[in-house]
Structure formats: C-alpha cells, structure tokens
Write a protein that binds this ligand. Structure first.
Ligand SMILES: Cc1cc2nc3c(=O)[nH]c(=O)nc-3n(C[C@H](O)[C@H](O)[C@H](O)COP(=O)(O)O)c2cc1C
Length: 170
C-alpha cells in the first residue's frame, strides 16, 4: 500500500474484534513512531503499550467513558517527556512531535490491516494515575489498536480549494 492509499483509506475505528495483534505487526506500528521526525531529533517521547484488560477498561473510563477502546486488544498512549520546550515558532515541541509520531502509527496500523482511533477526549490526570506516568510527563494522544470489526464510510473533507491558497493568506 502506498502512503496516499493508506491516508485515503484510514478511518477512525470504534468497533474492534477481540483477535489479538501479532507481535511483528505491533512492532511495525511502534517502529513507525520511532522513525518519526522530531524537533532537533530529540525524540523526547514514550509510547505505552497497554494490553492488560483491567487497565484498558480503566483507561476507557478515563477517556470519558469511550468504552469501545477497551475492546481493542491494545491501547497506545503517546507521552511527551520534555513538555516545557517551546520552539522559536511559539509552538510546544512535544505536542507537535507526538502528533507526528501518532499519525505515523495510525498510518502504519492501516498498512498492517489494523484499526485505530485518535483520542483527544481523556482526563489526563486520570490516565497518568492509572499508568504511573510521572507528573512532568504529558499525555498527548491515545489510540486503541486492533482488528476493525466495522468498515465506516469516509467522513467528509473540505475541498482543497477551500483550505489551500497560494503566495499569501486568503
Ligand atoms: C486530535 C484528535 C482528537 C480526537 N478525539 C477523538 C475522541 O476523543 N473520540 C473519538 O471517537 N474520536 C476522536 N477523534 C477522531 C475524529 O473524530 C475523526 O478523525 C474525524 O471525525 C474524521 O474521521 P476519520 O478519522 O474516520 O477520517 C479525534 C481525532 C483527532 C485528530
């Protein structure tokens, strides 16, 4: 599958099969995060792979009761380990770095026939307590990972001409 095909065919999956994920597939998804670019190549990140069912259920509760995530055999939690650093452009480095790495994981998961769903709705403190994440570390994104048990339709996207302009902002 080429990259654009993976991008075009990826969907947020909210219904998962209980089928376990092969370790080599899981490792390829994590490898995609490891290979992601980061500001100054600092790679100030940690990816927690949650397989334990009881912990998955607790995470689902901390994610505003989005219980579907507990049905996936794995939940990935993407953490920024140096959240204080701000780039010259004014953006926090860790939010950008972790978003890139998470996006790479979503696409590699698609390549492997696995489903994901980026979660931004979660109680960070609750998640940190459940997983023993140190106070100074920030949780940027969470996604379930597993074989899809649904094939959602494509969600609408704005037209290219509505979001792209040339030479100056219009
Ligand atoms: C930053 C971010 C946060 C999101 N948070 C949630 C979430 O908490 N729960 C959820 O079910 N989907 C969440 N989504 C998934 C979006 O709803 C989804 O990507 C969007 O509707 C487009 O659908 P698609 O991913 O199938 O193309 C999130 C996506 C992003 C990028």
């Amino acid at each position: 599958m080429d990259v654009l095909t993976a991008i075009q065919s990826r969907r947020s999956i909210r219904l998962y099969s209980a089928k376990p994920i092969e370790e080599d597939k899981l490792n390829l998804v994590l490898e995609a995060a490891r290979r992601a670019p980061s500001a100054n190549n600092r790679q100030s990140w940690k990816f927690i792979v949650v397989k334990d069912e009881a912990i998955r259920t607790k995470l689902a509760e901390a994610a505003g009761g989005q219980l579907f995530i507990a049905h996936a055999p794995v939940i990935l939690v993407a953490c920024g380990t140096e959240p204080e650093s701000i780039m010259t452009c004014g953006q926090y480095r860790y939010t950008v770095d972790l978003s890139v790495a998470t996006a790479f994981m979503l696409l590699e998961a698609r390549e492997q026939g696995l489903g994901t769903c980026w979660l931004g709705r979660f109680d960070e403190k609750g998640v940190k307590d459940i997983l023993g994440i140190p106070e100074q570390v920030r949780v940027v994104a969470i996604t379930p990972l597993g074989y899809p048990a649904e094939t959602p339709d494509e969600r609408p996207r704005k037209k290219l001409e509505d979001i792209v302009c040339f030479d100056r902002y219009q």
